[in-house]
Design a protein around this ligand. Structure first.
Ligand code: PLP
Length: 307
């Protein structure tokens, strides 16, 4: 079940559309060129999480792309309409009796619009999360390190690669995931040609080091430097703020693969799956199952307490 709400000046709260019927022109540049941007966020109990951070990143992606998208309040109204319609449709369907917390995936999408029209197409989509996201939080992931083929300074040198923007051109990211699945792994951590750890195809990378300072535990969370051509993760940002308040030390890369192998725990972290612990990288176990489970529980509780 998917709910679609188009942002349309003639409909201030957004225009509901039948998600089972054609709704886009075949000449929309989002379809013909992957020329557009998106955000995926999680709503829990009808409340979209980190919505300001997602709208900020959407605006920043739009700036990088030279795309003129609707204002934040239009997106907020359309998100509200989509969540209301989704809740009503779910209450009417058998899926309404599904167990577990009430989670909805909300996607915000804006394309460059029809060829030649210079008018973006923008819509909000609400749907149920895939069971895989929840399973990954619980069971963890086996991950492959894959070369992304760029060095870690390319974003600044070649801004037209749009590396810091969340564009609709995710075919490469999906191909990397299919490659990993074909090798029996669950997910991917990209590395740069100069040997830096970057991000997952749909996630940020996070690692923890626990040390001892004269009997006092020192807990440190590290993520790759944001200027290495990666997407700034809203979940990583929210978790860092909560972890700092809880006494964790924070650090931003450079991270190299050996740092991952030395870590007490590594996670792939994103808005929908939240914290998914990495069990193995290229077949080698990361830390121990007990420490991974304990740190995942501690950080998941911190993340759950964020907005
Ligand atoms: N990096 C990439 C390439 C992503 O696609 C995503 C999310 O989809 C992330 C990082 C994590 O971002 P967020 O935590 O805002 O979901």
């Amino acid at each position: 079940m998917t709910v679609l709400v188009f942002l349309d000046p003639a409909f201030p709260a957004g225009r509901l559309a039948d998600a089972t019927a054609p709704a886009l022109l075949a000449t929309d540049q989002g379809a013909t060129r992957g020329d557009g941007i998106f955000e995926s966020l999680l709503a829990i109990d009808a409340k979209p999480r980190k919505v300001a951070a997602h709208l900020d990143r959407l605006a920043s992606s739009a700036r990088v792309m030279g795309l003129d998208i609707p204002a934040p309040d239009a997106w907020l109204r359309a998100i509200g309409t989509a969540l209301d319609a989704f809740a009503a449709a779910r209450a009417d369907s058998a899926a309404g009796s599904a167990a577990g917390p009430d989670e909805v995936v909300v996607k915000l999408i804006a394309t460059r619009g029809d060829e030649g029209a210079n008018s973006p197409t923008a819509w909000v989509q609400a749907s149920a999360p895939s069971p895989a996201a929840r399973a990954q939080r619980e069971k963890g992931l086996d991950v492959l390190l894959l070369d992304r083929g760029y060095d870690s300074a390319v974003a600044e040198r070649a801004p037209w690669l749009l590396l810091g923007a969340k564009t609709l051109s995710y075919a490469v990211n999906m191909a990397a995931l299919r490659y990993a699945h074909a090798q029996g792994a669950d997910d991917v951590i990209f590395t740069s040609t100069d040997g830096r750890v970057l991000e997952g195809p749909t996630s940020s990378v996070l690692l923890a080091h626990i040390s001892d300072d004269g009997g006092l535990p020192v807990k440190r969370l590290i993520t790759p430097a944001q200027d290495s051509g990666i997407l700034p993760g809203t979940t990583q940002g929210a978790l860092f703020a909560a972890a700092r308040a809880a006494g964790w030390e924070l650090g931003y890369g450079p991270v190299v693969p050996a740092d991952l192998m030395d870590a007490d725990a590594v996670w792939l972290i994103s808005s929908i799956r939240l914290l998914a612990p990495v069990n193995r990288i290229d077949g080698t176990e990361v830390g121990t199952a007990a420490v991974r489970a304990q740190l995942t529980a501690e950080l998941s509780a911190l993340l759950a307490g964020t907005e």
